[in-house]
Design a protein around this ligand. Structure first.
Ligand SMILES: C[S@@+](CC[C@H](N)C(=O)[O-])C[C@H]1O[C@@H](n2cnc3c(N)ncnc32)[C@H](O)[C@@H]1O
Length: 262
């Protein structure tokens, strides 16, 4: 069984088709307006995956850097960076993709804002990983630059992920794909293991079975705030949704904004 995102990459966008990146990007731009003196020119999408948010923000005029640790996810992201206006008219969006670890990445200079979407921060499961990531983000943010990220809440780990199992089903280019997803949540360590079994239909009607394991870690709001403070951030806000509703314990996702003090 492989670890990470290499097997799931080819079906990732289909399985996450319900995520509204346009509304999410609207929210991110509103946080820029709310918390930055001027619109950032260069933005980092940390753990950008297949580039859904990177591409959306690039289309809106930002120069983008996308960092991710999975070669397969980045290879899909790279293909999506091209906007086609017909046979001879291909335009590449201003995106630089880098295959790097979000705990120790290196950029060529600082950026005005860092965003990280779809619980990528929960993938930091080791002791001290959250601090390593936040320090790297702080290092590459302009003074007063902001970090906008989301996390799955403790409520979601304990009540929704828990030890539940799901079957996701879709159709990709006429071929069926089934993804079995079994969770094992350890309340003591706060780590949830996801065992994914993917069945993809071949041309002759047979199916290929592949397996992958992923892990997410539960972080409380206090842990996030403490790690941000230790790494030189001012915690600005935590929201329940894209309408800036204040975060509550029973939310499934928190959208957090912090400012780099330098
Ligand atoms: C749930 S996906 C989110 C991807 C993307 N942000 C989105 O909105 O679709 C989590 C991503 O985190 C990446 N990731 C996990 N651990 C990482 C690490 N230590 N360094 C860099 N990327 C990592 C995975 O490769 C994957 O692309």
């Amino acid at each position: 069984m492989t670890e990470g995102y290499d097997v799931i990459a080819k079906v990732y966008d289909k399985l996450n088709a319900d995520i509204d990146y346009i509304a999410w990007a609207d929210f991110i731009e509103k946080t820029f307006e709310r918390f930055l003196k001027k619109k950032p020119e260069l933005v980092l999408d940390l753990a950008c995956g297949t580039g859904s948010m990177t591409v959306e923000l690039a289309r809106r005029g930002y120069d983008m850097i996308g960092v991710d640790g999975s070669e397969q996810m980045l290879s899909i992201a790279s293909e999506r960076a091209y906007v086609n206006f017909g046979e001879e008219n291909e335009y590449r969006l201003p995106i630089l993709y880098l295959l790097q670890d979000m705990r120790s990445f290196e950029l060529y200079g600082t950026v005005g804002a860092v965003v990280s979407c779809l619980d990528s921060i929960n993938y930091l499961t080791g002791e001290g990983d959250l601090g390593k990531c936040f320090l790297s983000v702080h290092n590459y943010l302009d003074p007063n630059g902001i970090f906008v990220f989301d996390i799955n809440t403790p409520y979601k780990f304990e009540n929704i992920y828990a030890d539940n199992a799901y079957i996701l089903e879709d159709d990709i280019d006429g071929a069926s794909v089934y993804c079995g997803w079994q969770n094992f949540f350890d309340d003591k360590s706060g780590i949830c293991d996801f065992y994914l079994t993917l069945f993809s239909e071949n041309e002759d009607g047979s199916y290929t079975r592949e397996e992958e394991c992923q892990h997410e870690r539960r972080y409380t709001m206090e842990e996030v705030k403490e790690a941000l403070k230790k790494c030189g951030f001012e915690f600005l806000a935590a929201y329940s949704d894209y309408n800036f509703t204040a975060a509550e314990d029973k939310d499934k996702r928190w959208y957090i904004v912090a400012r780099a003090i330098k």
